[in-house]
Write a protein of this length. Structure first.
Lengths: 500, 500
């Protein structure tokens, strides 16, 4: 145990391990939402489980999030039903398939939807409390203790034509943006109640493979604890739940360079991709590595949705009633870089006190000609495009981008333009959506599609249900992390170890 | 040697090899442009070289290409100088950096540019003949035996503002689209003249790593020849030059799903990604896997450049004087899917006899109102956008997308609209731009950036100089393949093997 310079991609071999310091059935790496759920399920299935967490406390990126959880289908969760919604598996599958676009993993989506109402019940049985109410406003999160919220683009073109819309974001019963800490407090209590061992302040350095077995199954971990390298023998499976790679700028530059135009990485300091690198080191495939969530969170106030977003050509480019992450993805594709949100002053509303956006006012003007000049947009373009929008909005139609009627009304002066150009101060949060390729059960796969025995991944270490920034919905990450963690924990606990 | 079901990602171990059937200094996998150049350079450096080629003849995808070769910088190649161009390293680096965008590999670009004029001379010394003439028209390739051609977006916005424009596509002295076969005929003759052994009809199954050495360097290959598995010991290096993965639909779906909306893969049947998979199997990183070249080759006739491209909103979205691959990349980003090229009938010209595009005529009309109606575009949009374009084109400006003056003139009726919507018949060729991460010398790298001793990659098995479809220029693939092949061959031949 002499090598202090271990790299996560360099797996160790069982034949080189002279002594095992610990021995467990299932080792879970990372104590965020995915890791907690994996550990609970593995323990409940009878496995002896140990969690290794880099930080000094449980939480991970789940505790930093709002912990909206995307759930529904099959007649609806208890909350959906109480609020009068009849969700269906078909509607939820259709929406998730559309949102994942070319990258959709049908098997994973089908499993997620088929288990979603049961996942809600599982969370409730573990002590998570959801109130049977809906938050009716367009918002990024509920700041009340209400539960149900539209958190994606379900009511917006093109999704509204592809899938029956239904709200599926479930917020915990707590006021303010405090769902994440509460969820992790409950999950940590569940872990503690089961007597699951947790090693905090422990850095998992690399995996150990059994070089004496065909296919070299994963059979252990090397962990640094108290400045010592500790060899942990794992009989059934290692579950990697140690996050994505948004905090590893070298990996972002190499694998997801397009995200570098955003300005605020969302995650915890441990999101350095080490789980993905460990998987690569034993032959797992990492897929969808270029993709990420990128947002222009331009609401609340919801009234900003009455505005229009224009690019450097003064052209609209999206229906402004879609999810803020979809807007962010499209903003980054616009030629010329500059992006403005054009509003009537009355819709500017309480922007200065309620917005997350952080965009500064680029211009204020009484007429569109004046506004166009101040913004240095090509002469005549904003005039035409606003006239065109207003003319049709008065008739409650948007022939270009099909914004929903509820958000269509002519924009009248005086006008305000907010500068949403990337790099000019507006808030552009981002995180990664690529990771290890896995089966719906969480088994890690090689590039040829073969299962790597003994290795599982969940949460953002894996490539899960959410696959595209332009189709993302809030609640998919915590939904996917908790669900995929459970599946991986169950699968790892059920694995029959090969003799060694 | 019993396993007939070898997977490329499953490397073998030296300790399991009971007998080596062959022994070479440098093994080159694939006999296309990259492999030929690697073998020639390794042989000239004194190494004993063997090429393993899946097909029954040399050629690879290089022989199927036009074999334009992107070269220049440093005062210019002999042809550039003869045609009156004074290219510079600065201009060429600036252009390639801009074209690679967020994904640019500065070290690789600098090495490519610094060696580019010498690469031209090397090709000439090997027998490649270039005529000291320029082909003046805007074209995808020269069908004459002229040499020099603008093959990218050098003269178009935004590149023209970022780098001094210079033509760098070098076409071999041969009429018709026959540069590829000629280039490979010359390279194969060079290989033969050196007495380099070539095994045709041989399928390299996987790599062998030396499990008795630290870091497990690559030390051999398992090759299937005449239905037998043959173990080849390699003393210095294996150079993987066996193409990209455009012909492997499962890999395209998993790694580059966005390319699936194109309709014609460009490459040879061996472009199945097996080199990339072999690299992954020994811990190499594959990067930029989502990217590809996607083209809407809407010229010749060059006169179609006088037209405007519009999306489903009737909006222009690009300067139509840029490279066809840049147009293809932007077409795939347009909301609503439908894409039309709007032309005056006089510019339609000899489209029916000279075009590659294959787009059908969607509408013909005497007035724009009529055209707009026939195309079912949102009422008034095409009218405004064409008026706006024409008004400014008459003054030789394009305030929206900065199309160059040479291509600006008002579009007058009668009008023709070509249907360039993906999936409606227009030709959308594509190939992959992701591959193994390598140093400029061609050494394969792990995800942590460590060199994998004994393993090299070149051409489309590696991730090279061209990185983005929207910044691609013709000649970059054959330029990069031949140059990176040479670098890898030199580096492999120079490697001091570790004792075993």
């Amino acid at each position: 145990m002499s090598d202090l310079h271990s790299r996560p991609t360099q797996a160790r071999k069982r034949s080189e391990i002279t002594h095992w310091d610990r021995c467990v059935d299932v080792a879970v790496v990372g104590f965020g939402g995915a890791g907690a759920c994996a550990a609970i399920e593995a323990s409940d299935a009878g496995a002896q489980v140990m969690i290794f967490e880099l930080a000094s406390a449980a939480g991970g990126s789940t505790a930093l999030s709002s912990a909206e959880i995307y759930m529904g289908g099959d007649g609806g969760t208890r909350v959906q039903q109480a609020c009068g919604w009849q969700d269906s598996n078909r509607a939820m599958v259709d929406y998730l398939v559309a949102s994942a676009g070319d990258q959709a993993d049908l098997a994973k989506i089908n499993a997620y939807v088929a288990g979603s109402v049961a996942h809600f019940d599982w969370l409730v049985a573990r002590g998570v409390v959801f109130k049977d109410t809906q938050y009716p406003q367009r918002a990024i999160m509920t700041l009340t203790d209400d539960c149900l919220l539209f958190t994606g683009s379900e009511q917006a073109h093109p999704y509204v034509e592809l899938a029956a819309p239904c709200p599926r974001g479930h917020n915990l019963q707590i006021s303010g943006d405090n769902g994440g800490p509460l969820l992790m407090k409950i999950m940590a209590a569940n872990v503690a109640a089961r007597g699951i061992a947790v090693e905090y302040n422990s850095r998992v350095l690399t995996l150990v493979v059994d070089d004496g077995q065909p296919g070299n199954p994963v059979c252990g971990l090397i962990v640094r604890i108290d400045m010592q390298e500790v060899a942990v023998e794992v009989h059934r499976g290692v579950v990697l739940c140690n996050g994505g790679f948004v905090m590893n700028s070298a990996m972002v530059k190499k694998y997801a360079p397009g995200l570098q135009r955003s300005n605020t990485p969302i995650g915890n300091p441990g999101d350095t991709g080490s789980g993905i690198l460990m998987g690569l080191g034993v032959g797992a495939a990492a897929i969808n590595m270029h993709e990420g969530f990128v947002s222009l969170p331009f609401y609340p106030p919801a009234s900003l949705t009455y505005g229009i977003l224009v690019n450097a050509q003064g052209q609209r480019f999206i229906n402004e009633d879609c999810y803020h992450g979809r807007v962010g993805a499209h903003v980054l594709q616009q030629a010329g870089g500059r992006i403005f949100l054009i509003l009537g002053y009355e819709d500017y509303g309480d922007y200065e006190t309620s917005a997350y956006l952080g965009a500064s006012v680029a211009a204020v003007a009484d007429s569109i000609v004046e506004l166009e000049t101040e913004l240095a947009l090509p002469e005549g373009q904003l005039q035409h495009n606003l006239d065109y929008y207003n003319h049709h909005a008065a008739a409650a139609v948007d022939p270009l981008f099909h914004k929903a009627k509820a958000w269509l009304k002519p924009i009248v002066g005086p006008y305000v333009a907010l500068d949403c150009t990337p790099g000019r101060g507006a808030f552009f949060p981002y995180f990664t959506l690529g990771g290890l390729d896995t089966t719906p059960a969480g088994e890690a796969l090689t590039p040829a599609g073969e299962v790597i025995a003994g290795l599982y991944a969940a949460g953002r270490t894996a490539c899960g249900v959410p696959r595209r920034g332009d189709g993302y919905a809030s609640g998919l990450s915590v939904g996917d992390a908790t669900f995929s963690g459970r599946m991986a924990g169950i699968a790892a606990a059920a694995r029959q170890p090969t003799a060694s």
